[in-house]
Design a protein around this ligand. Structure first.
Ligand SMILES: [Zn+2]
Length: 459
């Protein structure tokens, strides 16, 4: 009898311990479930089969870009769209760390308390909607004609990026076998989103920064008379110009991108103020674009002598800038000095309606005062009207600046084109850099012209 009572007591204790443990487990699951599910030890999520549970990805118009069918990741059936969207979507091995496959892994897997991670059984599949227009991204990639570089177009009022393309790229459905062993440089930077993570010598695009510093620091800058003899002689060296421009005012100097005048102006402004202007314009900071920290530009002039400062004023010396930071700066000039941070993920929603992510109102930052903004705007409009020609960009009313950035004697310069449309009904700013593309107006401007003309038909 005594043995039976003892055994019963033991059994009660065991049941109690079991119930207690179960409670702790349930509470812990409720509190930490998402962390457990997303933990790197969860091979279902982070192993080779991780994307098997991913939801779909579509562009701003509902065009399906990626989905999972029968446990296999499938993509849009247009190979150029697949190549144009590669760095935005990412790969299945997460080599492209800035792609949404990686940065929105948690939402794409659609973890929720009832069903755990997204499975066919749950029926609650997630869908990630981009702000990008995949067909326009295709136009941009085609316009690059196989050259390396980056193209970006964004709505400077809302922050929505419409076009984001990085080259080189590859077809995710037919990954080249030699992509990681090729020695010719064909795939250099292929895993990088160059709009967000690239750093380039800015060349004459930086004259818009020197101009902003000059407008703020030299009161009579717009009425000054300059002369270009084909070069500018600083105390410790010479800055060469493309040609002998003769007499010109500041506006004409920006129109023809005169190095002599801008070197002279940079030296007059001084290293400290020029560097400070670049900082204030957000060009030397990193900011976040949908969980990706953008590459931080560098304008370091504390050691620069006179000639080096002159070279810096025309975007050379040791300067490097990131394309999306330039695009944001262009947007600020268009938007009365206020920069709206760009973004490209609109929302992630499950089929049952649960919103897993929604882009909030983007951060804004005042980069310029209204007077400087208006002056820059009119100078950049003058560039297009009086030098590049409105006929290249019919009806778009662009304000812009080209750049042809020297990157060593052996190589062709980087070609740049950055600016915005001044039309109220077409609030878009843009940037294009073509690596070793030659001249800004010859190579980068036509890419933007093609994209914006296409966009103007439907936007
Ligand atoms: Zn000149």
């Amino acid at each position: 009898m005594r043995i039976t009572i003892n055994r019963s007591k033991m059994l009660y204790l065991l049941v109690l311990a079991f119930m207690g443990g179960l409670c702790i487990l349930l509470v812990s699951l409720f509190v930490n479930g998402k962390t457990y599910a997303m933990h790197t030890a969860n091979r279902h999520l982070h192993g080779a089969s991780a994307v098997d549970s991913f939801g779909s990805i579509e562009d701003r118009n509902g065009l399906l870009l990626a989905d999972t069918k029968n446990g296999k990741r499938v993509y849009n059936n247009d190979s150029t769209i697949r190549r144009a969207m590669l760095q935005t979507i990412g790969d299945t091995s997460f080599f492209i760390s800035s792609g949404v496959h990686n940065t929105f892994k948690s939402e794409l897997t659609g973890f929720n308390m009832i069903w755990g991670i997204n499975t066919a059984a749950s029926g609650a599949k997630s869908n990630l909607k981009l702000t990008l227009d995949a067909k326009l991204c295709k136009t941009a990639l085609n316009a690059l004609e196989g050259q390396k570089g980056a193209v970006g177009v964004y709505n400077y009022k809302t922050g929505e990026i419409i076009v984001m393309v990085s080259s080189p790229t590859y077809d995710i459905q037919n990954k080249p076998y030699d992509i990681d062993t090729d020695k010719t440089g064909t795939y250099d930077g292929v895993y990088l989103n160059k709009l967000l993570s690239g750093l380039y010598v800015p060349g004459s695009v930086f004259k818009t920064v020197t101009a902003a510093a000059a407008i703020d620091n030299i009161p009579d800058i717009l009425t000054r008379k300059f002369n270009c003899s084909g070069q500018y002689k600083a105390a410790d060296g010479i800055i060469k110009c493309m040609k002998e421009h003769g007499n010109l005012n500041f506006e004409q100097a920006l129109n023809v991108s005169c190095n002599s005048v801008f070197a002279q102006v940079a030296i007059e402004v001084g290293a400290e103020k020029l560097q400070k202007t670049a900082q204030q314009l957000g060009l030397t900071e990193s900011f976040t674009v949908d969980r990706v920290n953008t590459a931080k530009g560098s304008v370091e002039l504390s050691e620069a002598g006179q000639a080096s400062l002159g070279w810096a004023g025309i975007g050379q010396y040791t300067l490097v800038l990131n394309p999306v930071s330039i695009m944001r700066y262009m947007g600020a000039i268009a938007n009365d000095g206020k920069a709206v941070n760009p973004f490209f993920v609109d929302k992630v929603v499950q089929t049952d309606g649960t919103v897993l992510y929604k882009s909030g109102s983007p951060d804004t930052k005042k980069l310029l005062n209204v007077t400087t903004t208006n002056t820059l705007k009119s100078l950049m409009r003058s560039n297009v009207k009086n030098n590049y020609g409105d006929s290249r960009f019919k009806g778009l009313e662009l304000c812009a600046k080209t750049g042809t950035a020297e990157v060593g004697e052996e190589k062709s310069p980087h070609a740049w084109f950055a600016g915005f449309s001044q039309r109220d009904d077409f609030p878009y700013a843009f940037v294009c850099v073509v690596e070793n593309g030659g001249s800004g107006i010859g190579t980068a401007a036509p890419v933007i012209a093609r994209v914006l003309k296409e966009m103007d038909k439907t936007y």
